[in-house]
Design a protein around this ligand. Structure first.
Ligand SMILES: Cc1ncc(COP(=O)(O)O)c(C=O)c1O
Length: 402
């Protein structure tokens, strides 16, 4: 069996006879991340930015160090990195604060059918409130977002272009740099949903010139409960907080109060301190391995699985040309929930459903699908098992009358 140099770092896999193929939902967590979270709870367990004693200073140092690591990872300034509950909270903050202050009746927000619900619904809700309009980029025949198709819907009314960087259903990479240049030339800002990108692609927010970039910690080896909003300093500076409470204030008066500077004005109340510190450890691991090495592995593993799976009669694959580690597929005539249960019984963990991207599923003309997603700890043996169980599943479901 091939030796995967990273697998031993993931205790969730130890001693288990399982092909874990659901990393796009949430990645597994390495020992170093677990140790960082454990260190906080075991040795510190105190609040940050408040206590005037050694353990609080240390917790604050680790929390802010995590922010510095995330900032360096995406080539941002530390004050441009806001910690939030997750990618969803980050995208909601942009719509509820920046969006609410800038959108007028008749303005347009460009989105796509490939968006995760977290990247559409905040804009849909805001558009309904202010009388703005959502405009969908037409997708190409493969269901990709193209520069030309964004150009075709960009108008002087477009204020925001909110797009996924990597589709969580199709694994396509959006040509974001060209789209950002186009949007800026037309006076619009760009909000990128990088929840499926940041764990695969090296991102330099300055080169990209993206205005806002949102992602989750738990898909990039980090803990749950932590996500990041990157925003250009000037944009964060003009934005109002949407949550109010402890530690985000400058001065509180009876009638009117003032806020700290970004990022602190957006971090009200007690933050997920352990999760932020764990995210710092996750970034360390991604940096030390290198995203290029990780992506090289992911793409090779995915190609291997795809090449075998497409030969299985009765399997339909929706994203043969995916750019990263996702295979979206179905067993013809079989509901994906039934199929996923069969896979689970054979120790293959997959996702089944609409993947919080119902419009993408509708664009495919189906009701739901299976998704196998790969990350650094997956092996060729995992792929072999996926394919072997897919063959068994086709035989089994044919036998029960599909
Ligand atoms: C593309 C995309 N955007 C946003 C999210 C939301 O992230 P979270 O649930 O961590 O807030 C996800 C998670 O599945 C995602 O895949």
């Amino acid at each position: 069996m091939e030796k995967n140099p990273w697998r031993e770092q993931f205790p969730q896999l130890a001693g288990k006879d399982e092909a874990f193929l659901d990393s796009a939902a949430s990645s597994l967590k390495p020992l170093s991340v677990i140790a960082a979270v454990d260190h906080y709870y075991h040795d510190l367990s105190v609040n940050i930015h408040r206590g005037m004693y050694a353990s609080s200073y240390e917790a604050t140092r680790l929390y802010e160090e995590a922010r510095a690591k995330v900032a360096a990872f995406i080539h941002a300034k530390e004050e441009e990195v806001v910690f939030l509950r997750g990618g969803t909270a980050a995208l909601n903050l942009v719509a509820s604060s920046y969006g609410a202050a800038h959108l007028q009746p008749g303005d347009e927000v460009i989105v796509s059918q490939l968006e995760h619900h977290s990247s559409i619904l905040p804009w849909q809700a805001l558009a309904a409130k202010v009388g703005a309009k959502l405009v969908y980029v037409p997708l190409d025949p493969e269901l990709r977002i193209t520069v030309d198709n964004v150009r075709s819907v960009l108008t002087s009314k477009t204020k925001v272009v909110a797009l996924t960087y990597v589709s969580n259903v199709m694994g396509y990479i959006t040509p974001l740099a060209e789209i950002i240049a186009l949007a800026h030339a037309s006076g619009a800002i760009v909000v990128a949903d990088a929840a499926q990108a940041v764990q695969h692609l090296s991102i330099d927010v300055k080169c990209l010139d993206v205005d806002f970039l949102a992602f989750s910690g738990h898909k990039m080896l980090g803990p749950t409960g932590i996500g990041v909003l990157y925003g250009k300093s000037a944009l964060l500076a003009e934005m109002e907080p949407i949550e109010f409470g402890g530690e985000m204030i400058d001065e509180v008066n009876k009638d009117r109060s003032t806020w700290k500077e970004a990022p602190y004005k957006f971090e009200a109340g007690t933050m997920p301190i352990a999760s932020a510190i764990g995210l710092g450890a996750a970034v360390d691991m991604l940096q030390s391995i290198g995203l290029d090495a990780i992506e090289d592995h992911v793409v090779r593993i995915r190609r291997y699985a795809f090449t075998q799976l497409k030969k299985v009669e009765g399997i339909v694959i929706y994203n043969p040309t995916a750019d990263t580690g996702i295979i979206a597929f179905n067993i013809e005539g079989v509901h994906p929930h039934d199929a996923a249960t069969f896979f689970a019984e054979q120790h293959v963990s997959l996702r089944a459903g609409h993947h919080c991207a119902q419009l993408a599923i509708k664009a495919l003309g189906i009701e739901a699908c299976l998704r196998a997603s790969f990350y650094l700890y997956n092996t060729y043996a995992d792929c072999d098992r996926l394919v072997a169980v897919a063959k068994e599943a086709v035989r089994f479901f044919k036998g029960v009358g599909f």
